[in-house]
Design a protein around this ligand. Structure first.
Ligand SMILES: [Zn+2]
Ligand SMILES: [Zn+2]
Length: 168
């Protein structure tokens, strides 16, 4: 897979961080042994004081909503198309395991670099200014990507975590 890269700089100092969008899949292993897929998020880590990859948070309420609407759909669409077959069971199991993980989880999302729950998702407004205030007191901003910049090939990486987001 070919992924673009971007740079994060600071309005107040010469800090420069690299946003590497290499493909990472997170796999959470539940105490039951079930494996739940999670998502990586580009974040700012206050421990690393750098741009980092972090866990995307699980939201139990929104997963529960998905399950509820899935169950309603199941009666209609899936019921008609698959006649109550295996596909819907697999999907419902996947959602239920995600919900289990969200309910088990006590700590905040962690930095995949240092493992500390000291991350905030890195977001930018229309002008490219970040929500994050750097240690120097000024805000971070993103340097627009040059569409002609060289692109690098990365091998997809799988990171296995326990339900609290610690690498295993
Ligand atoms: Zn700074
Ligand atoms: Zn960190």
């Amino acid at each position: 897979m070919s992924m673009p890269m971007g740079y994060v700089r600071c309005h107040g100092c010469d800090f420069e961080g690299l946003m590497q969008r290499h493909p990472i899949t997170l796999e959470y292993v539940l105490p039951t042994g079930a494996v739940v897929q999670g998502y990586r998020e580009v974040a700012w880590c206050y421990s690393c004081e750098d741009v980092t990859d972090a866990e995307a948070a699980f939201d139990a309420a929104s997963i529960q909503n998905e399950i509820d609407s899935f169950k309603r759909r199941k009666v209609g669409f899936f019921g008609r198309i698959f006649g109550g077959g295996k596909a819907e069971d697999v999907e419902l199991k996947r959602l239920t395991e995600r919900l289990q993980l969200a309910q088990l989880r006590k700590s905040a999302p962690r930095c995949l670099n240092c493992g500390e729950p000291t991350v905030v998702p890195l977001a930018f407004d229309e002008s490219g200014t970040s929500n994050v205030v750097h240690t120097c007191g000024r805000r971070l901003f993103v340097v627009p990507e040059d569409p002609d910049a060289p692109r690098f090939m990365f091998r997809p990486e799988v990171v296995r975590l326990d339900s609290e987001g610690r690498k295993i």
